[in-house]
Design a protein around this ligand. Structure first.
Ligand code: 6CM
Length: 247
């Protein structure tokens, strides 16, 4: 499957059958289903989520989790954006041609395997954060539609013999990310840019894969995640301005 810079396909409304014959399909389907289900679950009551950032409609929560002294804090963010659809949000998050325009932690991004129109395996390196070693990641990314005007992108670490971990300057990190979006509009009306609003649930768990000072890592997350979500959502609003709505 060829993915070119000028091929601008929106996320397909049904699973691409080139994916369902791939060896990764059972894992991709299971993890994507689990992530999407968990994404819209609440953060209140006894769930242990603590609010750490709030701005306008955006709220970010984390749970402090350490395994052998390494920070693995799960993060969950809720946001609401007007005038863009769930499908449009996921299109810009999934599609590699836009990534350098909104992803500020990125140093390099390569397509390892374009499995189908809805699934790509990526290798990425991230900017180094002093005093830790530079990190890289190898993960599949899958976009899908779900009932109730919902679209979601799930990213999850994988392995590939041609991209071995911890051989060069980088330490391999492990990531599970889900961006789930659901669009609503007033009942009895047709959806337009002026009356739709899209609820966003973004979940991320990063295992740094090797030593990184807990305090530095938590400070980086506290600064970078709100910056990412604000920048990404503003980016999509800007990209969609004046273009016909795609639901
Ligand atoms: O979800 C985000 N981006 C996606 C596309 O790039 C993808 C990325 C996942 C990797 C997330 C890793 C973040 C770690 C960034 C800093 C490097 C850590 C060095 C550790 C040593 C101290 O799902 C947006 C990700 C926004 C991250 C703030």
């Amino acid at each position: 499957v060829e993915v070119t810079r000028d091929e601008v396909e929106l996320p397909p409304p049904a699973i691409d059958n080139r994916l369902t014959v791939h060896a990764l399909w059972p894992e991709i389907d299971r993890i994507s289903t689990e992530q999407l289900q968990a994404a819209f679950e609440g953060v209140g009551g006894q769930t242990g989520w603590q609010l750490f950032a709030e701005e306008g409609d955006m709220r970010m929560y984390r749970r402090e989790v350490e395994v052998d002294g390494m920070v693995m804090d799960p993060l969950k963010a809720m946001h609401k954006v007007r005038g863009v659809s769930a499908r449009e949000m996921c299109h810009y998050f999934f599609n590699p041609q836009y990534r350098y325009e909104w992803e500020t932690t990125l140093e390099t991004m390569n397509i390892v395997e374009a499995i189908s129109s809805d699934t790509i395996v990526f290798h990425q390196t991230f900017k180094r954060i002093w005093p830790a070693s530079q990190r890289d990641a190898l993960f599949w990314s899958h976009v899908r539609a779900a009932p109730q005007q919902t679209y979601a992108v799930t990213n999850h670490s994988t392995t590939n013999a041609e991209y071995p971990s911890n051989t060069g300057a980088c330490i391999r990190l492990f990531v599970t990310v889900c961006l789930a979006c659901r669009t609503a509009w007033p009942s009895g009306e047709q959806p337009t840019r002026d009356n739709i609003s899209t609820s966003i649930a973004y979940c991320s768990t990063v295992n740094p894969g090797g030593w990184a000072p807990a305090g530095v890592l938590r400070a980086v997350y506290k600064r970078e995640y709100p910056k990412f979500l604000k920048r990404f959502t503003n980016y999509v609003v800007e990209q969609c301005r004046g273009k016909p709505l795609v639901m």
